[in-house]
Design a protein around this ligand. Sequence first.
Ligand code: FPP
Length: 224
Amino acid sequence: MQTNPPHKLHVAIIMDGNGRWAEARGLPRPIGHQAGADAVRAIVRSAIENDVGALTLYAFSTYNWRRSDAEVAGLMALLRHFLLVEARQLRDTNVRISILGRRDRLPLGLVKAIATAERTTAACSGLHLRIAIDYSAREAILAAAAAGLTPEALAAQLGTEDVDLLIRTGGDRRLSDFLLWECAYAELLFTEVKWPDFGPPQFEAALADYARRTRSFGGVADAA
Ligand code: FPP
């Protein structure tokens, strides 16, 4: 059986189901997002422990602006708080933070928190934690194409390696305009588990599922 090459994985996650998690408990949706932020902390720790190379999280899409003003404001405040509170601790665990997506529509306080978190962790060489905020893959691809149409220029603009494993929680089975270029050959894993319930055991099970898969990248898997 062919085994996967021993390079560090790039795992991407569409963290879906916060709202339904809260509603199922008779709680307001923002409580679901708070529980989702706690899940992020636990999964970042698990990614470090499991020697994951890069973790890209979809925190806010360009389409999420359609939600109520109160929910959008709550999410922006939660993201700002996360970056302000976590930046030093992430630096101490050698995690480098990068934010993907547009910044021109974000509240100033969040833009400043992003700059601080990126600056604080810039020299870290462990896990690369990438958080997508006001992100659209189509917009990113168009911006990259405008800067140069070679694959190298696109890769440089998009700023990342291919995704190895894409996880979507919350039961839906779609990509929702997330990392469309980088996921060209990604393994996809969809789970019914809602994001606040997705903890290190579920993350490790997803990594184990990935490790059992055979990736042929369009070639023939058992050619040896
Ligand atoms: C999808 O659930 C989730 C979001 C739109 C927001 C994701 C944000 C977090 C997990 C919290 C903060 C993130 C970080 C990086 C600290 P949904 O609201 O669409 O759930 P639903 O489909 O059940 O309504």
